[in-house]
Design a protein around this ligand. Sequence first.
Ligand code: NAD
Length: 244
Amino acid sequence: MNKGVAIITGGAKGIGKAIAQRMVEDGFTTVVVDMDKEAGEKLPDELGEKCHFMMADISNSNDVELLFEKVIAQFGRVDVLVNNAGIIRDNMIWKMSEHDFDRVMDINLKGTWLMCKAASTIMREQKKGRIVNIASRAWLGNPGQSNYAASKAGVVALTRVLALELGRSGILVNAIAPGLIDTPLTQKLPEDVIEKLILAQPTRTMGIPEDVAHTVAFLCDERMQFITGQTIYVDGGKSIGAGI
Ligand code: NAD
């Protein structure tokens, strides 16, 4: 059964790859967009023929324009957009460079905005669509992440505004705020830091990419028709006690 066309940004690894796998399993023609060509080109073999890879930098408006032209030429429509691509460049504000602030904002917030803008033009014509933005629990505040937390707070606000703007066109827009999830991004952290972070979770566990993928699948399920503008925490309960 073909459920339509889903675009997943940053789907070459980590959380995005688990989302892409779940979308394929759920019957979507799935287009993974990533800058990592090597990992991306392996995906159709790994996830099956319903998975396609297109290389693009989502922070570049020309790349985004070309990407949507290609998707429409090849598949004709866009039913789901999952904005998952994101980076961290952590440091205390007194050590953070302007470049690291700009890069995080460019990819996490502007990139998400560019993708939403392009997708919403198509979805408004279709009078149907789902957008899921991957924010982060860190938008509530995390030392060393002034750039990242601000970018993800922007993603939460963007989600709320787009829900208001696009609801009448049959488009639902939600965000997911993951907590600590085991991916190549978090595997770079020192072991003692990971241990401390795990202890800060009420569940005392680390999440897995599939925890986020399940939530995306729920938000994109046709049986779900009345949730929009919300941010769902997938964080082992850490958001309840922000700052533990
Ligand atoms: P990851 O680093 O494992 O994967 C991110 C992917 O995005 C990579 O494949 C990378 O090549 C791609 N990417 C980066 N910049 C891009 C760009 N400009 N254009 C296209 N692709 C680009 O990261 P992850 O841990 O899987 O995180 C995925 C998302 O979840 C991010 O938005 C991240 O902020 C968010 N998140 C992760 C965690 C966690 O604990 N891992 C927690 C909260 C939120």
